[in-house]
Each structure stands twice: as C-alpha cells, then as structure tokens.
Design a protein around this ligand. Structure first.
Ligand code: FAD
Ligand code: DHB
Length: 391
C-alpha cells in the first residue's frame, strides 16, 4: 500500500492528527497495538486548557465537549487547612479550563474518524518502522489477518512513552533529557459527587492530594505516595483515611466518599528528546516528551504538537514548502520546555519530598503564602494553567 501519512498510536495525539489530516484532505492510516476498548477505557487526563477546547471546537469536536464538559473559571490551592481560590478567568482575561475525560475525547475522535471513513487498525500484534532514512519510510503491521507494509511519505510517531517510534531512531541522532521525580501518584475514581465544583490542589504535611472530577457524580482523587509504592498496600479504607487527613479543611470541608470504581499508580517523570523528528518520522505527544502530571499539561501538549504537525503537512501537500515541517521540532520544543518548567514547578510547590527538613517545610509554606497573596504570582500560575495560545 502507498499512503501519504502513517500514524503509529491511536491515543489522543494519533487520533486527532488523523482527524486534522482528514479535514485537510490528506489520507492516513492509524495503527495501535491495543484494542479499541482498552484505548477508550484507559482513565487518564481530565483537564483541558482553553487552547485545547477552542481547537477541538474549531475542528468539529465540540458537541459532547460543550454539553458534558465542565468549565472551571477557578481552582483552589489548599495548605494549612485553608483553601485559597485563584480566579483563573479574572487573572487571564476570561480564559478557563474544562474538565472532560481523555477517554471521552478518544471516544469522540474514534466516532468522528469512523464517520469520515478513515482507516484505524486496532489490536496490531506487531508494528515496526523501516527505511526511516529514506524518502519513503515504511510502516509494517501484523494483525490476526496477516502482515501489511504501508509505504508512506511521512510517519507520525504518536505511540506514547513506551512506543516503538522513538525507539526506532538511532540513539546518536537524539539528545535525551530526563528526570525522575521521587513520587508516585495513587489515582482513584469514586462514585461520589465532587465536594467542590473546582479542583483542589492541596499540600499537607503527609504530602500532596488533589480533588478533581469527571462529572457531577464522579470524583477523581490523587495522593502522593513514595516511589515504588504497591497498589495492594492501599485498600479502599486506607485511601479514604489518607484523603480525609490530607484534604480536611479547618472549616470542616472534606471530600465526599463513595465506592471506588478504579485505582492505579502513576510514576512521575520529566522527559524530553531533541529533536522531535528523524528524517520523515515526526514524534508527537508522550512519544516525544513526558511532564509530571501536577500541571495537567501532558494531553494539552500532545494536542498542540499534532495541530502544528497537521498544519505543516498541509503546507507541504498544498504548496510544496517544507518550511513548517522544518520548524516543527523547534516550535514544539519551545512549548514543551515551557510546559516542563511549569509542571516541575507545580510539582515541587505541592509535594513533600522524603527527608524534607524544617527549613524546607517553612520555605515551601512561604512559597504558597506568597502565591496566594500576590496577584502577579497568581497570574503567572493562571496563564500557564489555562494554556498559551498556539503559535
Ligand atoms: P498515549 O495516550 O499514551 O497514546 C499512545 C497510543 O499508542 C496508545 O493507544 C498505545 O496503545 C499506542 N501504542 C503504544 N505502543 C505502540 C506500538 N508499538 N505500536 C502502535 N501503537 C502503540 N495530561 C493532561 O493534559 N491533563 C491531565 O489532567 C493529565 N492527567 C494525567 C493523569 C494520569 C494518571 C496520567 C497517567 C496522565 C495524565 N496526563 C494528563 C497525561 C496524558 O494522559 C498524556 O500526556 C496523553 O495520554 C498523551 O497522549 P498520546 O496520544 O501522546 O499518548
Ligand atoms: C487531573 C489530573 C491532573 O494531572 C491534574 O493536574 C488535574 C486533574 C484529573 O485527572 O482530573
């Protein structure tokens, strides 16, 4: 088969890229090693920047997002048993975030791509990239029905942190920047009405806790745990006990409790490769960079990457100019490092490191006090959190 663009990975990055290309009249195929069910059900991100919401609406994906997404014009920073509200909209000239599960975006994208007659292959048994240093890179896919080779003009590596795209690039062609943060997040989804209409990011002496949500009846909660924590060390009673300890406020506010529907652990890592491409292979989303989740940036960065990549490919096919493709990596890295610094800063602001001294604790408290009492500091957090416009 000849196909202009081969897309590896049907997560939010790969699916949205295919959607944008389809709208530009560029044919693509998307392959994933997981099942459609798995890709849709995976519980992950929930916070969309204003920039992401605007983009999704502009490209015809605003239906359910507008009806079911929860627009939040503020968030809370909690410490010392008190919640402090940051008015994101007031601080940013009306911008806000929207809570809408990543799995809902994936569901909407799969539906849109099916309706457009696009080609998505789930359940691939094996995926490989070859001829990457030529003008005709190849995407080899083995499924239960046999093996196919797609000869492409371009390949988009949208296969996440553990995918094969980045691993197919000779290591001498990449520079890797990496830092592992010494925390794990225990995340739970609970059948309980969120006790707050806006997110509560909390620092307690026992560590970070976060109250988020997925709908008016589902609460999403996270707890900082030591690295290498085991899930079986956290029976439901212990999770609620710890959430009550960390999130209980002096005014009596506590999260609502209910049956735990799902729980999981997430390691915290910072990772960036430079450049975000090799020949005609372009990496986007988690395949190219990972940020710690505290700033809620991962999914939003993936969306910004594929928007830029789709625009560059469109320019190539429409005008023959490769200027935007040539600029893809540099522009992506500027946005990535900005998100990286914000995510690392939010992480250190709100997590308690193992072995913190009394000095560390007081300084961290002073950072938070300054933040909630300085409009300049709040504005800096807010403009990063709601997302910068696409360049
Ligand atoms: P992925 O979602 O990882 O998708 C990659 C796809 O590639 C997968 O479907 C996978 O099956 C497939 N694949 C893997 N290997 C291969 C292969 N060899 N061949 C073919 N396909 C392959 N981000 C935010 O912006 N806001 C948040 O609030 C937020 N919260 C998070 C909370 C948690 C607990 C976690 C884990 C992440 C969170 N993130 C958040 C990050 C966000 O989920 C990711 O950044 C996002 O999923 C990246 O999308 P992606 O399409 O690049 O990668
Ligand atoms: C959620 C995840 C995050 O990483 C974050 O910073 C805020 C909210 C969430 O899953 O709802």
């Amino acid at each position: 088969h000849r196909i202009p663009v081969g897309i590896v990975g049907a997560g939010p990055a790969g699916l949205l890229l295919g959607h944008l290309l389809q709208r530009a009249g560029i044919e693509s195929i998307t392959v994933d090693i997981r099942s459609e069910h798995h890709v849709i059900e995976r519980v992950r991100a929930g916070v969309l920047e204003q920039t992401t919401v605007d983009l999704l609406r502009d490209v015809g994906l605003g239906g359910r997002l507008t009806n079911e997404g929860l627009r939040h014009e503020g968030l809370y920073l909690a410490f010392g048993g008190v919640r402090h509200r940051l008015d994101l909209a007031d601080l940013t000239g009306g911008r806000a975030i929207t809570v809408y599960g990543q799995n809902e975006i994936v569901r909407d994208l799969i539906e849109a791509r099916r309706a457009a007659g696009d080609w998505i292959l789930f359940d691939a048994e094996h995926v490989a990239l070859t001829h990457l240093d030529t003008e005709q890179p190849r995407l080899q896919v083995r499924t239960a029905d046999g093996e196919e080779t797609f000869v492409c003009d371009y390949i988009a590596g949208c296969d996440g942190f553990h995918g094969i795209s980045r691993a197919s690039i000779p290591s001498s062609a990449l520079r890797v920047y990496e830092q592992v943060h010494a925390y794990t997040w225990l995340g739970v989804l609970a059948q309980a009405a969120p006790a707050s209409q806006e997110l509560v990011y909390c620092l307690h002496d026992d560590g970070f806790a976060l109250l988020s949500m997925r709908s008016t009846s589902i609460t999403r909660l996270y707890l900082q745990c030591p690295p290498d924590e085991r899930l079986d060390a956290w029976p439901d009673e212990r999770i609620w006990r710890e959430l009550r300890i960390r999130l209980q406020m002096r005014d009596g506010w506590v999260p609502n409790e209910g049956p735990i529907l799902q729980k999981g652990l997430t390691g915290m890592r910072s990772f960036v490769i430079e450049p975000m491409c090799f020949g005609r292979l372009f990496l986007a989303g988690d395949a190219a960079h990972i940020v710690p989740p505290t700033g809620a940036k991962g999914l939003n960065l993936a969306v910004a990457d594929v928007w830029r990549l789709a625009r560059a490919l469109d320019e190539h096919y429409r005008t023959g100019s490769d200027a935007a493709l040539d600029a893809y990596s540099d522009a992506g890295l500027r946005r990535t490092w900005r998100a990286q610094r914000f995510s690392c800063w939010m992480t250190s602001l709100l997590h308690r490191p193992e072995g913190a001294t009394d000095f560390d604790r007081r300084r961290q408290r002073a950072d938070l006090e300054y933040l909630v009492h300085s409009r300049a500091a709040m504005t800096s957090l807010a403009e990063n959190y709601v997302g910068f416009p696409l360049d």
